[in-house]
Design a protein around this ligand. Structure first.
Ligand SMILES: NC(=O)c1ccc[n+]([C@@H]2O[C@H](COP(=O)([O-])OP(=O)(O)OC[C@H]3O[C@@H](n4cnc5c(N)ncnc54)[C@H](O)[C@@H]3O)[C@@H](O)[C@H]2O)c1
Length: 186
């Protein structure tokens, strides 16, 4: 296993591309997996290994992750648009639940840890302590009652023990893809 190799799914996306930049600064060699459905390859250095593939394609995903022999997998590939999740909940589920499971299966096969952050603090509502521990009881805001909210809860709670979740940041934010700012309930 190459200690300097890491995989970033969704590495051409908003969070993923910043993470890739930081990993490079740390001297690591990220292998980026992204289907470019919403990501932008211009965010990535041309010197990086980039694999354009859909994480719902389990075989292709496993092949790329297997060949990268990463010391960690950062999973940020997602159908992240709330609007799309309402228009096409089946695709939302395919990418965010099935695709996440595919990543976890590759990680299990290779014994590689996964770092996974699928939601900001929105899942835990307004009265949760900050920073919010994972043991907090979910109390989603009303806006979480859409398919995207359901998949976030499913993929966060459905993970296996190999997943190393990122600690939640102190402030809960709405997704940058939400059209209107998310109003907190009183
Ligand atoms: N941006 C935020 O404010 C925020 C807050 C909390 C949590 N998150 C979570 O962080 C993760 C990443 O968010 P983001 O804002 O960077 O989203 P983003 O849409 O900018 O990035 C997601 C990336 O995944 C890629 N992708 C989508 N479907 C794919 C597929 N089937 N196969 C391969 N790649 C695919 C897209 O092309 C894109 O590059 C999501 O799980 C999101 O819910 C984001």
């Amino acid at each position: 296993m190459s200690e300097s190799s890491v995989v970033v799914t969704g590495g051409a996306g908003f969070i993923g591309s910043h993470l890739v930049e930081s990993l490079v600064d740390e001297g690591l060699s990220p292998v980026v997996i992204d289907d470019l459905s919403s990501g932008d390859p211009a965010r990535l250095s041309s010197e990086l290994r980039f694999e354009q593939l859909d994480i719902t394609d389990a075989q292709a995903l496993d092949r790329v992750i297997g060949s990268a022999k990463p010391s960690a997998i950062f999973h940020l590939a997602a159908q992240s648009s709330v609007t799309v999740s309402v228009q096409d909940p089946g695709r939302d589920c395919q990418v965010n639940v099935r695709g996440t499971l595919n990543v976890l299966e590759s990680s299990r096969r290779l014994g590689t840890p996964v770092v996974f952050a699928s939601t900001g603090g929105a899942l835990y509502g307004n009265s949760a302590p900050r920073p919010t521990p994972e043991s907090s009881i979910p109390a989603p805001w009303r806006r979480m009652a859409h398919p995207n909210g359901l998949q976030r809860r499913t993929s966060t709670r459905g993970r296996n023990q190999r997943v190393s979740p990122m600690p939640f940041a102190g402030s809960a934010t709405s997704s940058v893809h939400d059209k209107a700012p998310m109003a907190r309930p009183a």
